[in-house]
Structure formats: structure tokens, C-alpha cells
Design a protein around this ligand. Structure first.
Ligand SMILES: [Zn+2]
Length: 235
């Protein structure tokens, strides 16, 4: 029996979520599984029919009787399937549901599945948030190593489509940090501690961007002896 339908569906789900920092659930049934991280960032916006424009408050040209701004809330959202910190954004009803699952389950203890209910462009679209599974130590370590996006300065989902991931000033690119973490994980804990001490940081994501080349070299030097040990001297 062909599993073409399942393959196509899982590919469609990956495509719905891939690319850019912002999670996009564009079609009915699109879903993503991940962990909410950090603090929410709320802003008031107007929907122009094409995009969200930030309400400037006093003197806002888009504010009019019966046209009050609506709330959009952003949160960092770690997606294990992509090993990447993303940003998820939603409206008032969605955020109220986030608060509900936070109170009931705890955002740091669970992965949640967010699913879209409503076709593209349907103004009645809603999103469900369900607990998927509990996070384990390994996953919590991955999340801790992934840098949070600076939500106040990230722009918004409409603007950033192709923009590269922003990192905090001077800090190492989150993608690079993730790569280094993956390499360090293969090493004994003592080597990891040596590495962190060498660069005077507590977490990999605290490395300076300017130290990237040095850090890569250092990790390579730590992994080198392991490669040698795989060579059978009696071969
Ligand atoms: Zn306004």
C-alpha cells in the first residue's frame, strides 16, 4: 500500500512551517508542535486588508469610530522538528488560550500543538492549543541553548519573510550556536566545561559572534582525538 498521502501531508506540514522566523499556519489543518519560551510581546495593530500596521495611538490615521486597533501578541516558540527558536503570533482569543494552557500545564514543562481551524483568508479562523508531550531534560537543554528573539525589534510576520535570523548585538548567530551545541553534545561533559571556561561564558548562546571561528577551531581540536581513537593501530 502506498503511503503517498501521508508523505505528501507531512511534507505539506513542513512547508507550512519552514522558512523565516515566524511560524505560518496558512491553511485549514496546518499545525506546529513546540514550546513557548520567554515573555510575550503585545502590540496594537490595524488590519488594512493586506497587512497589520502598528497603531500609533494618539493621532493614528487608521483609528476611527468603530475601527479600534486589535491586539497581536508574539511569543518565542521552540520547534524541536527544526531545532530552531521561532516566533509565533496570534490575536486576543489565541493569547487567552495560551494563558489557559500556561495556568493548567506550565509552559516550560510541555510541548504544545497549535492547529489552525479555518481556510486561508477566513476571518472566523481559530487556533487550538493542545498539550502534545512533556519536555525532557535533553529538550530543555536544547531550548536553553537556543537564543530568544528580541520580539520588540523583530518587526512582524508580514515584513520579515526572507529576513535572516536576528541575533542580539554582538552575540553569536542562534543557528551557529545550535550547530556548536550539537557538536559539543557529542563530547564528554568535562570537555564542554573546558570549552565554556575557555570562552568565559556560561552558555553557548552567550558566545560573541567574533569568537565563532575560534570556537569552531576549539571544538574541532576537542573532537580530533576521538577520530584518532577510531583508527585501529593493529590494522
Ligand atoms: Zn490606531
Amino acid at each position: 500500500m502506498s503511503n503517498a498521502w501521508e508523505t505528501a501531508q507531512s511534507l505539506a506540514e513542513q512547508h507550512a512551517n519552514s522558512g523565516g522566523i515566524f511560524i505560518r499556519l496558512s491553511n485549514n489543518g496546518d499545525k506546529v508542535v513546540g514550546a513557548f519560551c520567554g515573555e510575550p510581546h503585545a502590540r496594537e495593530v490595524h488590519w488594512t486588508g493586506e497587512k497589520y500596521v502598528e497603531c500609533t495611538g494618539d493621532g493614528c490615521k487608521l483609528c476611527a469610530p468603530g475601527k479600534r486597533p486589535s491586539l497581536r501578541v508574539m511569543l518565542n516558540f521552540y520547534v524541536p522538528a527544526e531545532s530552531e527558536m521561532k516566533v509565533i503570533e496570534g490575536g486576543t482569543a489565541w493569547f487567552k488560550d495560551v494563558i489557559k494552557v500556561r495556568d493548567k500545564y506550565g509552559l516550560d514543562k510541555w510541548l504544545f500543538e497549535i492547529e489552525r481551524h479555518g481556510d486561508s483568508g477566513d476571518p472566523k479562523t481559530t487556533y487550538s492549543i493542545l498539550p502534545e508531550e512533556k519536555t525532557d531534560d535533553e529538550l530543555r537543554a536544547d531550548i536553553a541553548a537556543a537564543a530568544l528573539h528580541d520580539l520588540a525589534n523583530i518587526g512582524n510576520g508580514e515584513e520579515e519573510e526572507k529576513a535572516p535570523a536576528k541575533s542580539r548585538a554582538g552575540s553569536i548567530n542562534p543557528r551557529v550556536a545550535g550547530e556548536l551545541v550539537a557538536q559539543l553534545k557529542a563530547l564528554p561533559r568535562s570537555d564542554v566545561d573546558t570549552f565554556l571556561a575557555e570562552f568565559k561564558v556560561e552558555r553557548v548562546r552567550d558566545l560573541q559572534a567574533s569568537d565563532e571561528a575560534k570556537a569552531r577551531k576549539y571544538i574541532a581540536s576537542l573532537t580530533a582525538p576521538q577520530d584518532d581513537s577510531e583508527i585501529d593501530p593493529f590494522a
